[in-house]
Design a protein around this ligand. Structure first.
Ligand code: SF4
Length: 63
């Protein structure tokens, strides 16, 4: 399954991605978005892509 990453320099910490795919995009203890790539599967990949496409600053990319 695909691996996604967040460019922490671009990320606004807006939380939109966590709202779209909350199991995959999470705030860590430092307020950065972490990506739980190991939990991406056929059921949630559409939500992950939606979160990537809707990120207002294009901070999410596929590795
Ligand atoms: S949607 Fe984009 S800018 Fe907003 S928290 Fe997620 S990665 Fe950061």
């Amino acid at each position: 399954m695909a691996n996604f990453k967040v460019d922490q320099d671009k990320c606004l910490r807006c939380g939109m991605c966590t709202g779209t795919a909350m199991d995959i995009f999470e705030f860590d203890d430092e307020g950065n978005i972490k990506v739980n790539n190991e939990q991406i599967n056929d059921e949630n990949i559409d939500e992950v892509n939606e979160a990537m496409n809707n990120c207002p600053v294009g901070a999410i990319s596929e590795e």
